[in-house]
Design a protein around this ligand. Structure first.
Ligand code: FE2
Length: 255
């Protein structure tokens, strides 16, 4: 499996404080069956964040540490990018903002409780310039939780959606779980990622969520969300996505 959203670099954001815990997270990810992780520290603006070169060096160092420790995990560089009006410029000038520096896919993080005005038009303009936004965990955003169908028109045009493993398993609460199941059922979620921050309270584990997703949408389709689609993302290749299913009444529960 491939985890495209993980706060695993030491002392860079709200992830692990020291390299020892980063290595422990790598070990945990590998033993869960994850073979590649994209290290995605938060990015707000060039001025408020670490030097991009430092992020890329830290990812390379952690990758080297995995080799040294015999951990079968590849670590790539990326970022968890806050939405801002400067985004088009940042995407063109800060290399690690697109996942694995391919210049194509990037994690797009909204504020927790709302979306920005005209976000749909903004995202479509990014798509038109060759960048594919992957909206991170809308099932945990208060506005999307109440308006999940707002994703249909943008997903139909090629915007992608990532849901969090711990939302599916219920650790972010019943509402986040229900919304994540709704998104899966309607082909509105394309990737499951850990958004891990530590070995304890937000661990890098995908297998439990994969098994829940398999119960809901079938094992083959569920596997695509943690293998085939993330693999194309890290390679910057185009992806044929299933068309989103038409909006309907909110459904709840697993079956
Ligand atoms: Fe994140």
């Amino acid at each position: 499996m491939i985890d495209i959203h993980c706060h695993i670099l030491p002392a860079i954001d709200d992830g692990p404080a020291a390299v020892e815990e980063s290595v422990e997270m790598c070990r945990m990810a590998a033993s869960d069956g994850i073979n590649t992780v994209v290290a995605t520290p938060h990015f707000n603006s060039v001025s408020s964040n670490d030097d991009p070169a430092r992020v890329m060096a830290a990812a390379a160092e952690l990758d080297a540490a995995c080799r040294r420790e015999g951990i079968p995990l590849k670590v790539l560089a990326g970022a968890d990018v806050s939405i801002s009006s400067e985004l088009p410029t940042y995407l063109k000038t800060v290399p690690h903002l697109t996942i694995n520096r391919t210049g194509r896919y990037f994690l797009a993080e909204f504020p927790h409780n709302h979306v920005l005005p005209n976000w749909e038009r903004f995202f479509l303009s990014l798509l038109a310039s060759g960048f594919v936004p992957i909206i991170t965990h809308p099932e945990r955003n208060a506005w999307f939780m109440n308006n999940p169908d707002a994703l249909f028109p943008v997903v139909a045009k090629g915007v992608m959606v990532q849901i969090t493993a711990m939302s599916l398993t219920g650790e972010f609460g019943e509402d986040a779980q229900e919304v994540s199941l709704y998104l899966l059922r309607h082909n509105l979620a394309h990737v499951i990622a850990t958004d891990a921050h530590s070995v304890t309270y937000r661990p890098p584990v995908l297998s439990e969520a994969l098994s829940l997703a398999a119960d809901l949408i079938g094992p083959e389709k569920a596997r695509r969300l943690v293998e085939d689609i993330p693999s194309a993302i890290i390679e910057g290749k185009p992806i044929a996505l299933d068309a989103p299913l038409s909006p309907g009444a909110r459904k709840t529960g697993l079956f």
